[in-house]
Design a protein around this ligand. Structure first.
Ligand code: COA
Length: 251
């Protein structure tokens, strides 16, 4: 039977979870605690997880999974009952968040929609990330494997992180690389992971400048480029595959 101590602890946790939403969701500024408790799916998911986790830790069969499944149905947020979550977790919007069985989350962490704290394969044991205190993980970011995200770090939206992240750094890209450590750009010859080359854009740019040069050359010879007969656009469309016989792409 839970005692008075349990109730005060749970009340404190709920207060902190609601406060996390008020503090970190600009849309929740000035919104009362009752409204947040009633209408914030991220808060519902965290509260449901606290119940599921307590039941799981007490060895209750089946019920923790049912609580987690019901919470997923309502919020679109899937948290395994065994996952360890600290105080003040705020999940903004929430839909599509997945937190795996052996994931560990510290205090005051913020997750946006579509974040996955997942495993990389079928291995057993510790296989999900550990996220330390005060970390922010942007929407759609995938953190895979038993990696550690150091405290105070930020993971950019849509990053795919498969290596440890040092504390107080910003990681972006796929695969994720630090672009700021302690507020400074990392140094080194291949440290610019934000401005990666784009070969397709470069090829199109090259073609565009070549066409410009050809048009200028035509104009110098007194030919209006607009009067030059067009090629591919005006031609009969060519089928990409034989009109008869099976589709080589398999339909
Ligand atoms: C990563 C993030 C937290 C910003 O962190 P920050 O430490 O303040 O970093 P900065 O904004 O100074 O960005 C550092 C560099 O990374 C780049 N960058 C930032 N976010 C990026 C991303 N998601 N993908 C790729 N590059 C990114 C910036 O352009 C900047 O490049 P620069 O070195 O040329 O200046 C933020 O960009 C982000 O992705 N937040 C998630 C927000 C979110 O998911 N919102 C959903 C609301 S519904």
């Amino acid at each position: 039977m839970p005692g008075f101590g349990t109730f005060t602890r749970v009340a404190k946790e709920i207060r902190r979870d609601v406060h996390a939403a008020q503090e970190r969701d600009p849309a929740a500024r000035g919104v009362g605690s009752t409204e947040i408790l009633a209408a914030w799916p991220g808060v519902h998911a965290v509260l449901a997880h606290r119940v599921a986790h307590a039941l799981h830790a007490a060895g209750v069969p089946l019920l923790p999974r049912l609580v987690a499944a019901a919470s997923r149905l309502l919020t679109g947020i899937e948290i395994h009952p065994a996952a360890r979550i600290g105080e003040g977790l705020f999940i903004d919007h929430g839909m599509g968040v997945v937190i795996g069985e052996t994931a560990e989350i510290g205090d005051d962490v913020t997750l946006y929609q579509g974040v996955t704290l997942g495993g990389t394969g079928f291995a057993c044991g510790k296989r999900h990330p550990t996220v330390q205190d005060n970390v922010t993980i942007g929407s759609g970011a995938k953190l895979l494997g038993p990696i550690t995200i150091g405290h105070g770090s930020k993971v950019g939206a849509n990053s795919v992180v498969i290596h440890d992240v040092p504390p107080h750094s910003t990681v972006v890209g796929n695969p994720g690389h630090p672009v700021r450590i302690d507020g400074k750009r990392p140094e080194g010859p291949d440290a610019d992971w934000v401005h990666l080359p784009d070969p397709v854009a470069d090829a199109i740019k090259g073609l565009a400048s070549r066409i410009g040069a050809l048009e200028r050359a035509l104009a110098e010879r007194g030919v209006d480029p607009a009067t030059v007969p067009a090629g591919v656009d005006d031609a009969e469309p060519q089928p990409l595959r034989s009109a008869r016989g099976p589709n080589p792409a398999g339909g």
